[in-house]
Design a protein around this ligand. Sequence first.
Ligand SMILES: [Cu+2]
Length: 160
Amino acid sequence: MKSRFIPSLIVATSMFMAASSHAHGFKQGGLEVHHPWARATAAGSQTGAVYFKVNNGSSEADTLLGATATDVAEKAEIHNHVNDNGVMRMRQVEKVEVPSKGNVMFKPGGYHVMLFNLKNPLQEGGKVPLTLNFAKAGEVKVEVKIEPLTASAEAMHSGH
Ligand SMILES: [Cu+2]
């Protein structure tokens, strides 16, 4: 069973890497927001979650203070998951520091930008605009790629 699983994982990974482009990164000042993505949402779903990696190449720390996605959702909040006696719960956080010469990963089970009251479902293959508001770099506009509903953090971020 394992020997069948591994080759298919490699194929999936290399297909993803071929499909992804180094151009799908958004730079401003020393910051780069790499591969912003969200899972497609089911019809009627009111919420979505956006994931990405933020690299900070500058010599000063920066801080993510908030996000807006006015074209697609009424409200966007920064969330994290916390382990509450063995139960993973989401909670809103006010800000996320991105250390100098470091990075922060937004990923399933961890930090994410939560979209509330979606105006339309997030459709696989589509792109939606999102603005990230940083204390020093200011507003960074990105395009979020909508991945299949079944997309996992591992598949999305392998090879990065
Ligand atoms: Cu959330």
